[in-house]
Design a protein. Structure first.
Length: 149
């Protein structure tokens, strides 16, 4: 296992083919960076990210994959921690500082995490219906027992 990637700041990995996802990232780059108190972050569409290198940074356990990044945003820290979905959003908000950090911290609280995850999954499954969403944003259908997302 090689650790060829050096990550200075956390990396937000998202679905660059999804107009809704791309719009959300552009919003974050515009508004969350304005309050940045503790350092930067980088947003990279999974289609252009070095996923194998980011996964190696995370221990090579398959936590960073195209299939996962297609279904949920990923937050990969320089230390190799990987957060997905609502918890990735929470980490981004916490990194942004100010009032955003408080909102992010609330999303990590044990009683709130399941509700945040449920809301994130609903938005993810319906992102093609969201403002800015297109048919290209729709997630591929899973077959059989794997439809637990």
């Amino acid at each position: 296992m090689t650790k060829g990637v050096v990550v200075k700041d956390p990396v937000l990995v998202f679905d660059g083919d999804c107009a809704f996802c791309s719009s959300c990232v552009r919003w974050g780059e515009t508004y969350l960076r304005q309050t940045l108190a503790s350092g930067g972050w980088e947003a990279v569409p999974f289609q252009f990210a070095e996923l194998s290198e980011l996964d190696a940074l995370a221990g090579g356990l398959g936590e960073v994959s195209a299939e996962r990044a297609e279904r949920e945003v990923l937050w990969v820290t320089p230390a190799g921690r990987v957060y997905g979905g609502a918890q990735a959003v929470a980490r981004l908000l916490m990194r942004s500082g100010g009032a955003w950090a408080y909102l992010g911290a609330v999303l990590t609280l044990a009683p709130v995490r399941p509700v945040a995850a449920l809301a994130y999954r609903w938005v993810s499954r319906n992102r093609h219906r969201m403002p800015g969403g297109t048919a290209a944003c729709a997630l591929p259908r899973r077959t059989g027992a794997a439809q637990s997302v």
